[in-house]
Write a protein that binds this ligand. Structure first.
Ligand SMILES: NC(=O)c1ccc[n+]([C@@H]2O[C@H](COP(=O)([O-])OP(=O)(O)OC[C@H]3O[C@@H](n4cnc5c(N)ncnc54)[C@H](O)[C@@H]3O)[C@@H](O)[C@H]2O)c1
Length: 317
């Protein structure tokens, strides 16, 4: 049995990871301040299967606070999986400073805690948005990155740079995992798949940004959790991996797939693309396949069917 600290453990990805690590026989130190970016009750519901488990220990603290180091010291962890953040591209234009606080400042506080407490292993939840609007697809980890197009992307890229500083100067073993649009049960309510599903379900007009020809590499939560658990087993040195599905899905196809899964008609209205939205994302996952044995297997249809099944359970009428 190992003991892992997960920051952002009450969130979408963090709560799934906590469940998986407990299922695999480990102990989880869960850290989350129930940030008001979205409703606390949703985050409490995410933890429903975990609260009361003797191997799950919840700490309601801000990762930027001094309490973080005390908690990590008292619980004697040697691996941190850092997933807490203000997430989301579009909201980052409304409150750019909060992305400096909850992403960059938070990450530096974690790195400082690792240094002072001699915690030697850190996994960082990065994002495909660090690639910006690069024309050459798919995105591979060795592309030189200096053109983020949203405050969120700039914050994530800054975190990766700080991670490198702390690896090179203090020898902390760090793996950055760049997630490509993650979806599935518990997905954050403001994310596209969740929003389109809610709009169709409520017979609301769908606001589609662009003509539907933009595309994303959507990655099902079970595949991301598998990738995370594979990466956790070998945090050694400094590495960066894309975790995507490597299958592009057009926006208009995505909306059609959701409509079919709900078996409902819908109407949409076309709007201009939003600032920060990239045209396409597509992960080159050959490095993760080779070095981590990462092998995502969920098609968009299977994943959307699972998401819609969960959505129906949460919104019975
Ligand atoms: N979901 C995706 O598609 C996606 C894609 C790329 C990267 N990511 C990254 O993966 C990570 C998890 O994403 P998610 O979708 O689960 O987001 P989420 O918002 O559901 O989870 C993040 C959690 O962090 C907590 N948090 C925020 N600031 C905090 C602070 N200062 N102290 C303590 N806790 C704090 C929040 O309360 C929340 O529960 C984030 O770092 C995000 O940027 C997610």
């Amino acid at each position: 049995m190992e003991r892992f600290a997960i920051t952002g453990a009450a969130g979408f990805i963090g709560s799934h990871l906590a469940e998986r690590l407990i299922k695999d026989g480990h102990e989880v130190i869960a850290i989350d301040n129930f940030d008001p970016f979205y409703s606390r009750s949703i985050k409490e519901r995410n933890l429903k299967n975990l609260i009361g488990n003797p191997n799950f220990h919840m700490f309601n603290i801000d990762v930027r606070s001094e309490e973080l180091m005390l908690t990590l010291a008292n619980t004697n962890v040697d691996t941190i999986i850092h997933l807490s953040a203000r997430a989301g591209v579009r909201p980052s234009f409304l409150l750019p400073q909060s992305y400096i606080h909850h992403d960059v400042e938070a990450t530096v506080n974690i790195l400082e805690s690792c240094r002072k407490l001699d915690i030697t292993r850190l996994i960082f939840g990065s994002s495909s948005s660090v690639y910006g609007n690069m024309p050459e697809l798919p995105y591979s980890e060795d592309i030189k990155l200096d053109k983020p197009i949203s405050p969120y992307a700039a914050a994530k890229l800054s975190c990766e740079l700080f991670n490198y500083v702390f690896h090179s100067q203090y020898g902390i073993n760090i793996t950055n995992l760049r997630f490509f649009t993650v979806y599935g049960p518990r997905q954050r309510p403001e994310m596209g798949i969740h929003k389109f599903t809610r709009q169709i379900w409520n017979n609301e007009l769908i606001h589609m940004y662009g003509d539907g020809s933009s595309s994303r590499d959507y990655t099902y939560i079970d595949d991301i959790i598998e990738g995370l658990t594979l990466a956790i087993k070998k945090v050694d040195g400094y590495h960066t991996f894309n975790l995507g599905n490597s299958q592009p899905v057009l926006l208009k196809e995505l909306i059609e797939t959701i409509g079919r899964a709900l078996d409902m008609q819908y109407k949409f209205e076309i709007h201009l693309m939003q600032p920060g939205d990239v045209d396409h994302t597509l992960a080159d996952i050959s490095k993760a396949r080779k070095e981590l044995n990462y092998n995502p297997s969920t098609s968009i249809k299977e994943g959307i069917d699972e998401f819609v099944k969960w959505f129906r359970q949460m919104n019975r009428r």
